[in-house]
Design a protein around this ligand. Structure first.
Ligand code: 3PY
Ligand code: MG
Length: 250
């Protein structure tokens, strides 16, 4: 099976991504069937560990969305396990230098390009018996830019060989700029996002970004983002709850 998300973005059709932070296979499966193009299992801030992330990836692959994972850190062993578990792309937090970007990409690629070890347990099951031959072309590598150092070195990070895209973390970026995140993406981070989108597109790379809600996601798509995440599963639940309660009490 090829990576439908990668092919979709390549053909110029931006993607809407879901973000799983709840420890529930049912949530993963429901979101995969809800119309999102991809579903990301968030091992950095999700309320679960690696074993449960593997099960959540399985739940996402029960529906049509492309399964992605955000690893908890730039670690070859963890990234390898998430890929073996069937992630079709990895979003790696806090890439602050080109050296870190190179190490991250190497973790996602088999030799001779990278250091990924052989053992594609679930990859073989739904990637097909030729998974290993095509894995390097199909797996998406997203380096998160979410610090002033990452922004300062963005061009070097973006042009890392075999890096597919950058994923902007507006909340950590706002913190690092001295404006603790308040939910919305502020003007300063929006300006940086515009610059990063231009740099990445010049280099033929994708740009993904986390946003607060559908309205903000739409604004970022208008600015040229290739993939937007309109909040996480808890955000969806809270927004729906607030709306229903308000309707009921009207
Ligand atoms: C951030 O905004 O810092 C993120 O990591 C989004 O998930
Ligand atoms: Mg972050």
């Amino acid at each position: 099976r090829h990576n439908a998300l990668k092919h979709q973005m390549r053909s110029g059709n931006p993607a809407v991504n879901a973000w799983v932070s709840l420890d529930s296979d049912h949530v993963g499966e429901v979101l995969s069937h809800a119309g999102f193009d991809s579903v990301t299992v968030d091992l950095q801030h999700g309320m679960f560990g690696l074993d449960r992330a593997i099960s959540l990836l399985r739940s996402v692959s029960a529906g049509p969305a492309t399964p992605l994972a955000r690893c908890s850190r730039n670690d070859a062993a963890e990234i390898g396990k998430l890929l073996d578990a069937g992630a079709y792309g990895i979003i790696c937090p806090s890439i602050d230098s080109p050296e870190e970007a190179r190490a991250f990409v190497a973790s996602c690629r088999y030799p001779s390009q990278g250091v990924r070890s052989f053992g594609p347990a679930r990859g073989l099951l739904y990637g097909g018996q030729d998974y290993v031959r095509h894995a390097d072309e199909e797996i998406l590598t997203w380096a998160m830019i979410e610090s002033p150092s990452g922004v300062a070195r963005a061009e070097e990070i973006i042009t890392t060989p075999d890096l597919d895209g950058i994923y902007i973390g507006p909340n950590d970026l706002a913190f690092a700029l001295g404006n603790p995140p308040n939910g919305n993406i502020g003007e300063e981070v929006l300006g940086i996002a515009a610059e990063l989108i231009a740099l990445a597109h010049d280099a033929g790379r994708f740009v993904g970004i986390f946003t607060r809600d559908g309205g903000e996601a739409q604004r970022l798509l208008e600015m040229g983002a290739d993939l937007v995440t309109p909040g996480n599963d808890v955000g969806l639940l809270n927004a729906a709850a607030a709306e229903r309660i308000a309707q009921a009490r009207q």
